[in-house]
Design a protein around this ligand. Structure first.
Ligand SMILES: Nc1ncnc2c1ncn2[C@@H]1O[C@H](COP(=O)(O)OP(=O)(O)O)[C@@H](O)[C@H]1O
Ligand SMILES: O=c1ccn([C@@H]2O[C@H](COP(=O)(O)OP(=O)(O)O)[C@@H](O)[C@H]2O)c(=O)[nH]1
Length: 240
């Protein structure tokens, strides 16, 4: 019998930037963002405190800029600014859907969004507001997955939920190897030694050291977020 109470009090949800594109080639697909917000609203109604780290790959990816000759750190700052745009769009959609969202940025951009201040973020969460962390870690050469691990640890989240384009961690990249099979759970050390490309090593290492489990699941599967929050069998658990 499935339980009726959520399994977690506070979660850190990492939303892929690329998934915001929906079926479009780039940018933010309206129906996709509205649907994601509906699913987040559903779990907040269960009393779960939700913090979000949003990616930026739908708008800009630092490695892409770097690969065409742009200075990598400059390209990464552009990537961080892309996450700010996504965070503003997500926050606006949440506010229109009746949630109260607060966007906090890791890089100073005060006229646009408030800066990340940890005690303030904790206060918002306790008040039932959804906090959206923008600009990743604020540092080049990192990813928003690492930002999710970092903020998740900082706010005392019980789990990092990585909502992405695939429905879990596979033995190999399922987009390249159709014979790859999905793990229902895997340890951090196994994921790292097998170089599974679903998340970068910095994010895995931080979560491992902080004993912060990660759930990888599909952003496209309706109801998957709620199922994860309810502790049901969904996606892949990465654990110590
Ligand atoms: N072992 C693996 N299991 C699952 N996905 C993998 C694996 N290796 C690579 N991937 C790829 O990782 C992608 C998700 O990671 P990433 O591009 O960082 O997503 P996001 O846009 O959510 O940050 C998937 O689309 C998948 O193709
Ligand atoms: O702490 C961070 C987070 C992000 N980025 C840059 O922002 C881009 C977008 O983030 P990411 O690729 O993680 O987004 P997603 O894969 O979720 O769309 C990255 O490629 C980096 O260039 C960065 O430099 N530092």
């Amino acid at each position: 019998m499935s339980q009726t109470k959520p399994a977690y009090k506070r979660i850190l949800l990492k939303l892929s930037g690329e998934a915001l594109m929906g079926d479009d080639q780039f940018g933010i697909n309206r129906d996709t963002i509205v649907r994601m917000v509906d699913e987040i609203a559903e779990v907040t109604r269960l009393g779960v405190e939700v913090a979000v780290v949003i990616g930026g790959g739908n708008i800009f990816r630092g490695v892409a800029g770097g690969s065409v000759g742009m200075d990598r750190a400059t390209a990464d700052y552009m990537g961080m600014l892309a996450t700010v745009m996504n965070a503003l769009a997500l926050g606006d959609t949440m506010n229109k859907a009746g949630l109260t969202a607060r966007v906090m940025s890791a890089i100073g951009i005060e006229q646009v969004v408030e800066p990340y201040v940890r005690p303030k973020a904790l206060q918002y969460l306790e008040e039932g507001k959804v906090v959206i962390f923008a600009a990743g870690t604020g540092n080049p050469f990192f990813t928003t997955d690492t930002a999710a691990a970092l903020r998740g640890a900082e706010i005392g989240a019980e789990m990092v939920l990585k909502a992405t384009k695939v429905d879990g961690v596979y033995t190999a990249d399922p987009k390249k190897d159709p014979s790859a099979t999905r793990y229902s759970k895997i340890t951090f050390n196994d994921a790292m030694t097998q170089n599974l490309g679903i998340m970068d090593a910095a994010a895995f290492a931080l979560c491992r050291d902080q004993k912060l489990p990660i759930k990888v699941f599909s952003i496209f599967k309706h109801g998957a977020l709620k199922r994860v929050v309810m502790g049901e069998d969904e996606g892949t658990l990465v654990h110590v």
